[in-house]
Design a protein around this ligand. Structure first.
Ligand SMILES: [Zn+2]
Length: 487
């Protein structure tokens, strides 16, 4: 017994020693020497004023887009042409589905695969009744107190204008890319991109074009948003979740409510939803979540760092703690959200059917088909029918963090935002970027915009704004990104 005890103590000492060594030797990846980065002089105030002009052009996407509402997209196109003449002279423009814009800035070496920078021109409307809550008119594009205000200041006119400004800056200096640079600005991203990105990507495929890498919106520079990390974390989306809504329909005998049968439609449906909510999808720390934890581990306090660096030991504890945070839970697994329910027409009549809609955000490890199977098994009741309400879309592929595109993005982020930790992540919403999987293995989602805890409700919400200083940085970011990406 004594020997066994000694061996046990020895093992524990060994485990602790290994864990400590792993924790203490964890260091942030070499950010490269920022001293060598050539300074780029940008007149941020002038950029801010031009972003304000762009915000004043009401390029709205509404649920049921009507053709006569599209005139602002033509205005924007004309405004961009007049505002960025050097870029428009260097690059050729194609108009896709009447409003989306595709540019080609030809490289000197046509044997190289082109890169693609993306942003969308459309913005979401102001929720009726909230107009008065804005500190500045949402379409004023006002520049005041160091901010540019208005719808699109974050999503996504900030990056749209910063890309155009960056390209203009380089083109006006006579810059000649070696690798061709494409730009795509969609006009219907906020409604899923049916006429924009969904047409553009197949067109590139038809032309036999493969893209070296793609950069679109998705992640941001999160400042104070990642628990435990004091500094900014640049979240670069390497994948995005899919989306599907299922209809659950329970049936039972109808009739008078004075003599209810053993099982009612409403009772069956309630049981089904309860069973489903108590049968979560398999999750776990792997893929983009694991990569993100590895990236932030060197920057968190000792206790957390110990846990993150030794997931071989602490895995279950870390996982259950992450599961209790809705943001992290959404990144780790397919989510289940019952959103609509309906049954019955009169208080004393038993309905013959009761139905509910349940929305799922699909993790890359699941598919629409596997979700239907999971739901059917979880409910385990042949009187509850499971059907797909909308066709949905599968999760995207997961792009590598080892590619040249990711490395260039990471380096450019670190050169522009001093001290930022670059962390891959899984984008839980949808973007136009997913369409371009068709023509590229390396699709990344990041805009060089800093968001703090008070900013997360601003995009698609009230008082959307960006700082003048951030717009200056965003232009510097795209100047470097275009230069490095087209070298
Ligand atoms: Zn957007």
């Amino acid at each position: 017994m004594k020997r066994v005890g000694l061996i046990l103590v020895g093992l524990i000492v060994l485990v602790v020693a290994v864990a400590l060594v792993r924790t203490l030797t964890l260091s942030a990846p070499d950010a490269g020497s920022t001293a060598e980065v050539a300074p780029i002089t940008i007149d941020a105030e002038a950029v801010a004023n031009r972003l304000g002009e762009a915000i004043r052009i009401k390029t709205l996407s509404t649920q049921f887009a009507r053709e006569e509402k599209r005139a602002p997209f033509v205005d924007f196109r004309n405004w961009a042409e007049a505002t960025y003449p050097a870029f428009h002279a260097a690059a050729s423009r194609e108009i896709i589905s009447k409003y989306s814009l595709f540019y080609t800035w030809p490289g000197s070496d046509t044997s190289l695969e082109p890169i693609l920078l993306m942003s969308h021109m459309d913005v979401v409307p102001i929720a009726p009744g909230t107009e008065q809550d804005w500190e500045e008119d949402p379409f004023s594009g006002k520049v005041a107190d160091g901010f540019i205000w208005g719808r699109g200041a974050i999503d996504d006119k900030s990056s749209l204008i910063a890309i155009l400004e960056g390209a203009e800056y380089l083109a006006s200096q006579g810059y000649q890319p070696r690798r061709t640079v494409h730009f795509f600005f969609g006009h219907d991203e906020e409604v899923g991109g049916p006429s924009g990105a969904q047409k553009m990507a197949p067109l590139l495929q038809e032309r036999g074009i493969r893209l070296h890498w793609v950069a679109d919106e998705g992640g941001v520079v999160a400042d104070g948003l990642v628990p435990g990390v004091a500094g900014p974390v640049a979240l670069v989306g390497v994948a995005e979740k899919g989306y599907v809504t299922l209809d659950l329909t329970a049936s039972a005998q109808g009739g008078h409510s004075s003599m209810p049968p053993g099982a009612t439609a409403i009772g069956r449906l309630s049981t089904a939803i309860d069973r489903l909510e108590n049968t979560p999808f398999a999750g776990g720390i792997e893929g983009p979540v694991a990569d993100m934890l590895d990236a932030i581990a060197p920057s968190v306090p000792f206790g957390t760092r110990f846990a993150l660096a030794n997931r071989w030991l602490t895995g279950p504890v870390v996982e259950s703690s992450l599961r209790s945070n809705p943001t992290m839970a959404a990144a780790m697994a397919t989510t289940i959200a019952p959103t609509m329910i309906g049954a019955g027409v009169k208080e004393n009549v038993l309905p013959q059917s009761a139905s509910a809609k349940v929305n799922f955000r699909i993790h890359p490890r699941d598919t629409v088909e596997s979700i239907v199977a999971h739901v059917t098994a979880a409910i385990d009741d042949e009187n509850v029918k499971v059907s797909v309400f909308n066709p949905g879309r599968e999760a995207s592929a997961v792009s590598s963090t080892e590619s040249e595109g990711f490395q260039i993005l990471a380096q450019t982020i670190q050169d522009t935002f001093e001290g930022a930790v670059v962390a891959p992540n899984l984008v839980v919403g949808g973007t136009d970027a997913r369409q371009f999987e068709l023509v590229s293995d390396n699709v990344y989602r990041f805009i060089p915009i800093i968001l703090g805890p008070s900013d997360t409700s601003r995009f698609h919400g009230t008082n959307e704004r960006v700082t003048v200083e951030n717009m200056g940085q965003a232009v510097q970011f795209y100047v470097r990104l275009i230069e490095r990406g087209s070298k």
